[in-house]
Design a protein around this ligand. Sequence first.
Ligand code: IMP
Length: 432
Amino acid sequence: MANIVVVGAQWGDEAKGKMVDYLSRRAGMVVRYGGGNNAGHTVVVDGETYKFHLVPCGILYPEVVCVIADGVVIDPAVLIAEIEKLTARGHSVSHLKVSQNAHLIMPYHRLMDQLEERRRGTGALGTTGRGIGPAYADKATRNGIRMHELMDRARFEERLREQIAEKNLLFTRIYESEPLDGKAVLEEYLEYAEKLRPFVCDTVSLIGEAIRRDVGVVFEGAQGTLLDLDLGTYPYVTSSHPIAGGACLGTGIGPTAIDAVVGVAKSYTTRVGAGVFPTELTDDIGDYIRERGHEYGTTTGRPRRCGWLDSVVLRYAAQVNGMSCLSLGLLDVLTGLDTVKICVGYQVDGAFTQEMPCDLPYRTDLQAVYETLPGWSEDISGARCLDDLPETCRLYIRRVEELAGVPIATLSVGPGRDQTIILPTAHALLEN
Ligand code: IMP
């Protein structure tokens, strides 16, 4: 099987988990390459719902090696809870591997995240509050603590002492908050160390070997293209690289190891947290989409902002990810609307453009320009091939494909494994 990167083509929450689960059935390895427990991937198997924050979705296939790679920031308590939950539900986790080079999320990261958001006041980014930004900031400033250091008690004690001393100065002098108790953090983390030890290894070598042996590796992206630190709607972004290039940075593979990039998009758009959203619907249709699509955060439970599909975003995502194909999901959510709209471009400074403006986050004057198509009222959740879909729905899909400029490989009409329509592009690109 090909080595495939699965990326979010919008602002995250595109139901990438379902696509990763679909590809995992033939893969030898699934690798999560970035982000942390700000992500929430949901997979429904035989009516049972699984929610993952750190563990790759492939874990449900016992023969698939699942890797949490270098680029992920790991909150050990969350990872251990996820492992224990899976075990309690009868799933083996012996095929889970955790990178020795992954950075740890520490209690001071979570605290800094929350204090920083409070300090920003009305300008808050709407982070998940999980300590993601501060953990990546510490990595960039060479202050981070990595998994292999947690495995070495003396080293960890030393690194923690130094970091707690520095962070407590920040807490007490800048944020006027309480200092952290370093001893309590040490004890807590030493317990985590023992629970995680069996999983920690050199994942760069492991992934390299899997690529050499051609087992088929799926790289599981978290968040979405427009949340990318460099290529997203900065500063309303996350602190990692969700784009396909992030799969190289976060795992230790080179770009030539990637055979295909699947962009996952919803049939509409959602966003959580603050920041520009040109096609946002603040009316009844937005509420209709939110309720039908259960658009509430897997991680924080926050209601997601909902809007029409934005083809400018999709084309941009196709470009910056080098997308081979698109996986279009949650089509069933749009059922029941008289008409459906697609944003085909923006009106900016009196001119029409189909390009992503580089200053999009600051463009409060930007207007989305729409094309209106007829809707469909038939229940499509039982559709298993293109011909099962109403003509108006097929028209919508064709138009999305034209506007995005990449072929659609799969369609999803519900959360279940069987509620996926596989198109010829999938066979050609993903199944070989
Ligand atoms: P952080 O990643 O917690 O720092 O949050 C930064 C921004 O990214 C906020 O707007 C979050 O709502 C958003 N974000 C982070 N992770 C996800 C995700 O998995 N899905 C959707 N939005 C996310």
